[in-house]
Design a binder for this molecule. Structure first.
Ligand code: MRU
Length: 364
């Protein structure tokens, strides 16, 4: 996608073909800055501190983290330690484990002398795969959006609600949930997006709004609790979100608050779609509520807010009494029964074991 007219991806190599470069998402929307990653430790820090975030981009960054590790020391021992360090950065998104397992399998089959070059090629392939995958999700989602628009009698506005950021910033390019929105906008559908602010880190207000604005997509930022009210008043035609992990039976783990939106959508008969790449499916588990470890993050993300002051400085302020404890659960699980359909790179399917197996008989 473009930033000020210049095409960008979220991760790429510098001209030296070794240094990995990312966009520092913690500085958006106030500043667009890039950061160089020279070591696997720097890649792990970037994931842990959410300079990069979003399930597919976390996986891609970890893959390049392995390449940086292999450049420094391609021994089995060093690569195992790097993989463990990267895996520990964020527990919920399964793309991280998927990317590391893929990298380790590829590197194990290579003699140490060739591992660095092989690792860079494999990380680049993961990125290319992600771009193709997201583009395909966009095309399948566009068909659904067009159908919904026709079904609603071609309204002047097709109102779409999304939560968190599942746009190009969360992937290598295009995004998952936002890919169909970009394609619908480009195809001339009159889309308008309700953007949940997504407390506590405000990925919606800071990142989704920035992305959509950059592409010219009409949107309105709303507080997290507004969606139910909008749905009751017929102001949402469909919801679409991304996911950090989808179980073999179609339960969807995504940013905290997603479940409540799905409940409201169900109560108001609003379609609730989840867009995902193959790398987000965890075939090893069924029951998302019971079996997914939900990341709990630093309570400071909740008790403090960072923003730009009237004089232009970036400042952090406390919004909770200093003595009040706070709990910061980062994700929740939406049971498959509340998901209207899954939109994947292979097409659209029911959120069920049978639905996923119909598209992924090779993996399931
Ligand atoms: O904590 P984050 O910002 O990494 O959470 C991201 C999300 O919850 C996204 O919705 C999810 O990763 C899907 S991204 C395509």
């Amino acid at each position: 996608m473009r930033v000020n007219g210049i095409p960008y991806r979220t991760i790429w190599l510098d001209e030296d073909d070794r240094t990995v470069r990312i966009i520092d998402q913690t500085r958006l929307p106030h500043a667009f800055a890039t950061v160089a990653l020279e070591t696997a430790e720097a890649a792990a820090d970037a994931i842990r501190n959410m300079l990069v975030r979003g399930a597919p981009l976390v996986g891609a960054t970890a893959a390049y983290g392995m390449a940086l590790a292999a450049r420094r020391d391609p021994s089995d021992q060093a690569l195992a330690a790097a993989a463990d360090m990267l895996l520990a950065t964020r527990p919920t998104a399964v793309n991280l484990r998927w990317a590391l397992e893929r990298m380790r399998a590829i590197l194990a089959a290579e003699a140490p002398a060739g591992r660095a070059a092989r690792a860079y090629a494999a990380a680049a392939a993961i990125c290319e795969d992600d771009v193709r995958t997201c583009e395909a999700i966009g095309r399948h989602g566009l068909d659904l959006f067009r159908h919904r628009w026709e079904e609603k009698g071609r309204p002047q506005r097709l109102n779409i609600l999304t939560h968190c950021n599942a746009g190009w910033l969360a992937t290598v390019d295009w995004g998952t949930a936002l890919a169909p929105i970009y394609m619908a906008f480009d195809a001339g559908l009159p889309v308008h997006v309700w953007v949940d602010e997504t407390r506590p880190r405000n990925q919606g207000a800071s990142l989704t709004a920035w992305e959509l604005g950059g592409h010219g997509v009409p949107h309105t930022v709303i507080a997290d609790n507004v969606g139910g009210h909008l749905m009751q008043h017929g102001l949402v035609d469909l919801c679409i979100v991304g996911t950090d992990r989808t179980t073999a039976r179609g339960d969807v783990c995504n940013k905290i608050g997603t479940y409540l939106k799905a409940l409201a959508a169900h109560d108001n008969e609003v379609p609730f779609y989840v867009a995902l790449p193959h790398s987000t499916i965890d075939w090893t588990i069924d029951d998302g509520v019971a079996d997914i470890t939900i990341e709990q993050r630093d309570a400071r993300e909740l008790t403090h807010v960072t923003g730009r002051t009237a004089t232009g400085e970036i400042a952090e302020v406390a919004i909770v009494p200093a003595e009040s404890p706070a709990a910061n659960y980062a994700f929740d699980v939406t049971p498959a029964r509340y998901v209207t359909a899954l939109i994947t790179e292979r097409g659209v399917c029911a959120a069920s074991r049978e639905g996923l197996a119909s598209l992924y008989s090779d993996a399931a």
